[in-house]
Design a protein around this ligand. Structure first.
Ligand code: GAL
Length: 746
């Protein structure tokens, strides 16, 4: 039988290419995911982490082989890895965004210690996509995703590809293509049993003949139908079924292999007739943001919890129904969470504007194959990006990529993101980065806008209020246009989170301030706009998902010519009452004249020059939101606030003591109502306490400490080590009471 064993622990790391020289004692002990270097959140150079390093791991086989083959599966190592085991060197694996597997069976020692070395080149290698020219993102470094040790019998299941049909019928169908490998010397005369989980009616057990020649492969098609109508996978009810395939040998008591995979019954397509996107037969306007997989301090080496959190932020805090994984395949943990919560995904191959030579292109096609083979069972994925982002037309290359994608997945269309309209249209969906500050009428159908905003209006969380508001309104206007344009499938903005970049781009501090949230995933006003587009729901007791956020710092003189006119409020309420201190200013409705098409038009409240007079009568802002006449939300912002509290909050109260589990800790200087004060630049100093019996720390604090605030808020990360216990994080800043939190490590 198969065993899949996490292999993230007990690695040794040295930040140079030392091969077998240098004693283990000199190395750092690390757990994956790992980055070559913890960097500041901005103002650092690529050379600080983009070098060749050495990882080592000494291990005894955790289980006896018993005739099985053993693979080492890397989910991702940035950027080129040369692995050797017990002196045998495998060919260099090039490319950091897709997984690779090595069959290490012939080089393993069953008894005694095995010695594994990974020489990892994290430099920006021009022979490997996306590099070769300037790229507007950083790849970062390290063995930054999970590694697994996988045991399989000589005859095993290589992968499964699940498709569904007749999904609306009484007995929806599924077809599972199972690739079987036989590395043994005798033919296999076996069977493949299939069990589907998650259906309301129990499934009759099914079995299919599985014959695999010695030293060969076979593809077995498992076809069946549910016994009852399927609960569909949708955005509101992302219901997952499971398929479990068990490979057996005729007459043998024990199975040879078993794999399980989640999938969904759902129909997703882009219509060539009307240009719309349809999910389960209903048109759905796609509203989303681009996501880079990079984080402050740790680069791309984010644990499962942080990956999943990003999906939650996109769905629940930003109200998106789609994310584009710009510009590469992203973490399996992120995609799994998208399946679980109902967030659609446009996933694409690594690259940025540049197409390399034929070897480079072959690697890009290899990336495409690896991406689709890894991810085609995710119901959340609706589109494959088969073109290098914003590259010129290239018939041969893109005919090949489209043909390859079609051969690997007949159920999803391809897209190919370009930034010019007149182009050779080889894909299923015309995917276009539209930086016209509007949406240009489509030439081809279907047409999906895959970027807007971004460099057209970079905005920092501590920019002047007018810029922050205009940044948000630009997103609102483009989404309004998208909702109003029948012929486009939707629009995906640039981008969700600020990200680190090269000095050739961005604001000079190695940062693109293009996010609707900052690099810590904390909102700018533009994030409030997205949040406000979610539909609130009544659960019988109270309204859920109500958003009421004034896009103002509420100051008398931050805007040009003073005042707050107009006051923009992002809300999904029907009406909003506005108070100055205790005096009532009026009741307002969404601005449907400016935003006729959005699900929830912003409130644009004019005339605040009258009560808000320069130097006079400036009082707290108080907003009250109503749905169906019922008060459902309120917001207060203090006038003339000076920092009144230091807030400290962890996303999670508990972590697994597994050496990699990590949570974000947000800190803010706020007014008495909890609104951040963007012009406070205080220094905040942290102290993380909690020690294991041997005196070593229970957890690590990742980030700048002390932290010199910009924008009134930021975040650090707490990463568990291997011993359970409780850690306390204390934060101090001058003139305010200290704040502290505890996190339990289990
Ligand atoms: C696009 C590009 C993105 C990002 C963006 C900034 O051209 O595709 O990766 O650089 O510009 O606005």
């Amino acid at each position: 039988m198969r065993s899949l064993i996490p292999f993230n622990d007990h690695w040794l790391f040295w930040p140079d290419d030392v091969g077998n020289h240098l004693h283990d004692d000199a190395f750092a002990r690390v757990t994956l995911p790992h980055t070559h270097k913890i960097v500041p959140h901005h103002n650092f150079d690529v050379s600080e982490y983009a070098f060749v390093s050495t990882y080592r791991k000494r291990f005894m086989l955790p289980e006896a082989r018993g005739g099985r083959r053993v693979f080492l599966d890397f989910d991702g190592a940035m950027m080129a890895a040369t692995v050797s085991l017990n002196g045998h060197e495998f060919p260099e694996q090039r490319g950091g965004y897709v997984p690779f597997s090595l069959d290490i069976s012939d080089y393993l020692r069953d008894e005694g210690e095995n010695y594994l070395v990974v020489k990892l080149d994290s430099s920006e290698r021009p022979d490997i996509p996306p590099f070769g020219y300037v790229v507007d993102y950083l790849a970062f470094s390290g063995i930054y995703r999970d590694v697994w040790l996988r045991y399989v019998e000589p005859c095993y299941i290589r992968d499964i590809c699940i498709t569904t049909h007749d999904i609306y019928g009484d007995q929806p169908g599924y077809e599972i293509s199972v690739r079987l490998v036989n590395s043994g010397d005798s033919d296999l005369d076996g069977d493949l049993a299939c069990a589907i989980g998650g259906s309301s009616a129990p499934q009759r057990p099914q079995s299919f003949a599985a014959k695999v020649p010695a030293r060969g492969e076979a593809l077995v098609k498992v076809r069946g139908r549910l016994e009852a109508a399927a609960r569909l996978w949708s955005l509101d009810d992302p219901y997952l079924h499971s398929a479990t395939l068990t490979l057996g040998q005729k007459g043998a008591a024990l199975p040879l292999d078993r794999v399980s995979e989640a999938f969904g019954f759902r129909e997703a397509y882009f219509s060539k007739d009307d240009g719309k996107f349809y999910l389960n037969g209903q048109p759905l306007k796609l509203r989303g943001l681009n996501r880079h997989q990079t984080y402050p301090y740790i680069g791309a080496a984010a644990s499962a919890r942080l990956q999943r959190k990003d999906a939650d932020i996109l769905k629940y805090e930003l109200g998106c129904n789609i994310v584009r994984t710009s510009h590469y395949p992203q973490s399996p943990h992120f995609l799994q969470r998208c399946d679980e919560i109902g967030l659609l995904v446009f996933e694409e191959i690594p690259g940025w504007q540049h197409i390399g030579d034929s070897d480079w292109q072959a690697l890009a096609l290899r990336d495409l194959r690896a991406m689709i083979e890894r991810d085609r069972n995710h119901p959340s994925i609706i589109l494959w990006g088969v073109r290098i982002n914003e590259s010129p037309d290239n018939s041969a290359f893109y005919e090949a990529s489209n043909t390859l994608a079609a051969s690997l997945d007949s159920t999803r269309p391809t897209g190919g993101v370009r930034n010019f309209l007149k182009s050779q249209f080889l894909e299923g969906v015309f995917t276009f980065n539209d930086f016209s500050n509007s949406i240009q009428p489509p030439i081809y159908r279907p047409h999906l806008v895959t970027e807007y905003g971004g460099h057209m209006f970079p905005t920092k969380p501590w920019d002047q209020e007018e810029r922050l508001v205009e940044h948000a309104l630009r997103h609102a206007r483009i989404q309004d246009t998208s909702y109003g344009m029948e012929a486009i499938a939707g629009a995906i903005g640039w981008c969700a989170f600020d990200y680190n970049t090269h000095y050739h781009l961005g604001s000079g501090d190695r940062m693109c301030y293009h996010g609707v949230m900052d690099i810590f995933r904390l909102p700018k006003f533009a994030a409030d706009f997205y949040a406000s587009q979610q539909e609130p729901g009544y659960d019988g007791v109270r309204w859920q998902g109500v958003v009421l956020r004034a896009a103002t710092l509420w100051t008398m003189g931050d805007r040009n010519a003073d005042g707050v006119d107009p006051l923009v409020v992002f809300s999904n309420c029907e009406e909003v009452d506005l108070w100055f201190g205790s005096s009532y200013h009026g009741r307002f409705r969404p601005d449907r004249a400016q935003f006729p098409h959005l699900p929830y038009a912003p409130f644009v409240i004019p005339g605040l020059t009258e009560p808000v007079l320069w130097g006079k009568n400036f009082q707290d802002l108080h907003l009250v939101g109503y749905i169906g006449g019922q008060m459902v939300a309120e917001q207060r912002i203090e006038a003339g606030a000076i920092p009144s509290q230091l807030l400290l909050a962890a996303d999670d109260a508990e972590l697994r003591a597994d050496g990699q589990d990590t949570t974000r800790v947000v800190f803010k200087l706020t007014d008495k109502y909890g609104n951040r004060l963007p012009y406070t630049q205080s220094v905040v100093t942290f102290d993380l306490r909690g020690t294991a019996p041997d005196g070593s720390p229970l957890a690590d604090l990742l980030g700048e400490n002390p932290f010199a605030l910009m924008g009134g808020q930021a975040a650090l990360y707490v990463r568990a080590r291997h011993t359970p216990g409780v850690v306390t994080l204390r934060a101090v800043t001058p003139r305010l009471p200290e704040a502290s939190i505890t996190i339990t490590l289990k």
